[in-house]
Design a protein. Structure first.
Length: 100
C-alpha cells in the first residue's frame, strides 16, 4: 500500500495494486500504467514525482473501461504537504471528498 498526495499537497489516500482509494476507503480510481481512471472510465489524472497526483488537462477526454468501486480500509490521513508549483497545462487532482 502506497500513500499518495494531490499536487497541492492534500493527503488523498492510497494505492493498492491497480486501485486508488480515498483515505476513507472508497475506491475512486483504477491505474492504467501511471494514469488513473474513474469508475465511469474517464481520465482523472496521473502520478508524478513518485507520490503526487495531478491532472493533465489535455488528457481529460481519454476513456478506459468502467468498473464497480469496492470498499477498502478506512485510515486516518497522513499530514498534508506543501503544494508544488503547478505545471502549465495541468491542474490539481480532485480532492478526496469530491468522490463521496
Amino acid at each position: 500500500m502506497d500513500w499518495l498526495w494531490t499536487w497541492g499537497g492534500e493527503c488523498f489516500g492510497y494505492r493498492r495494486n491497480d486501485r486508488l482509494f480515498a483515505y476513507y476507503g472508497l475506491q475512486v480510481g483504477r491505474f492504467h500504467g501511471g494514469e488513473v481512471y474513474g469508475s465511469d472510465g474517464r481520465y482523472l489524472g496521473e502520478v508524478k514525482s513518485r507520490r503526487r497526483l495531478i491532472t493533465n488537462v489535455s488528457k481529460k477526454g481519454r476513456v478506459k473501461s468502467r468498473f464497480a468501486p469496492v470498499r477498502g480500509g478506512s485510515y486516518a490521513r497522513f499530514a498534508n504537504y506543501v503544494g508544488n508549483v503547478m505545471y502549465v497545462g495541468y491542474e490539481d487532482f480532485p480532492a478526496p471528498d469530491e468522490f463521496r
